[in-house]
Design a protein around this ligand. Structure first.
Ligand SMILES: [Zn+2]
Length: 307
């Protein structure tokens, strides 16, 4: 299928109380592992290109890999920019065929974040492409953050209302207790804060830094409006561990494909596990459309969810 935008997928996920997995890919094996899992699980999927991936593979190559993989898949695939740095990069991504953008102004002043996000959204909306924005800050574990730092950086519900109204962003990355690049799933999300933001704001929420969050907490958060969950570190851990094992098991082999087969498979299994956990498995019908949440009974297994 051709790429689709994230707009309808995230609204359908919000309504159906499941989440779309947004997986970071840096190379061909990761792209293939992610798309293969989505196809086998009949799940819509978001592939996202990070700033690191752009530096590593180049914007056009990273986008091209996803576009080709999507064209061969019979499930909806989104090409998303992760943590876009400015207006210029977002416009370059529009030109490169991205179907979902992000501007991350969370390190800037509030007014600067509002102004730049609004500008990116205006340009993207002219092209019918949705924009994710970030308010509050999802910190980096490598910066040695404390619990107090995480709490101080959380999204403020009243500010979120003002922010979404003024920027017209299509989805909002919320800071609710997760931290980027964690290799252990130990954190619990602040569900009360997610509920408080949900009471003010109607756009789908995005969870960054999910690799450091317990799975119970992830599933609970889906019931309160988290409709996109980013997964990056877990995929890197699986890829690299499989690669090390494969190299150790094949002394004398010089064919890189024989080493990378295991890594591609390892990525696929992590993605499969997350797709099932997020409730998005089996959502795509045989013609590539989405099954209505009313008939998919997704809400039932996410008990405790309420408006
Ligand atoms: Zn992030």
């Amino acid at each position: 299928m051709p790429l689709v935008t994230s707009k309808e997928l995230l609204l359908a996920a919000l309504e159906g109380r499941y989440a779309i997995g947004a997986f970071n890919a840096n190379n061909m094996e990761q792209v293939q592992g992610i798309v293969d899992a989505a196809v086998e699980e009949k799940a819509p999927v978001i592939l996202q290109v990070s700033q690191g991936a752009i530096r590593y593979a180049g914007l056009e190559t990273a986008a091209g890999l996803v576009k080709i993989a999507a064209s061969e898949a019979n499930v909806p695939v989104v090409l998303h920019l992760d943590h876009g740095t400015d207006v210029e990069q977002n416009v370059r991504c529009l030109r490169a065929g991205f179907t979902s953008l992000m501007f991350d102004g969370s390190k800037k002043s509030y007014e600067e974040n509002v102004a730049t996000t609004a500008k990116v959204a205006q340009i993207a909306h002219w092209c019918n492409i949705p924009v994710e924005a970030e308010l509050g800050r999802v910190l980096q574990s490598t910066d040695g953050v404390t619990e107090a730092d995480v709490r101080a950086a959380m999204t403020d519900p009243d500010q979120a209302l003002d922010f979404c109204t003024r920027t017209t962003c299509d989805s909002l990355a919320v800071a609710v207790g997760s931290v980027h690049a964690m290799q252990q799933a130990a954190a619990n999300l602040d569900i009360e804060r997610i509920k408080a933001i949900r009471a003010k704001v109607s756009v789908p929420f995005v969870l960054h830094g999910s690799s450091g969050v317990t799975e119970e907490s992830e599933v609970e958060a889906i019931g309160y409006g988290i409709a996109k969950i980013n997964v990056a570190t877990l995929l890197n851990v699986a890829f690299t561990q499989a690669l090390i094992k494969s190299i150790e098991a094949q002394p004398g082999n010089v064919d890189p494909r024989k080493f990378l087969l295991g890594s591609r498979e390892a990525v696929k299994e992590v993605v499969r596990h997350k797709i099932r956990l997020f409730g998005s498995a089996g959502i795509v019908n045989s013609s590539g459309g989405l099954i209505s949440p009313k008939t998919s009974h997704r809400s039932a297994h996410l008990g405790g969810a309420e408006e």
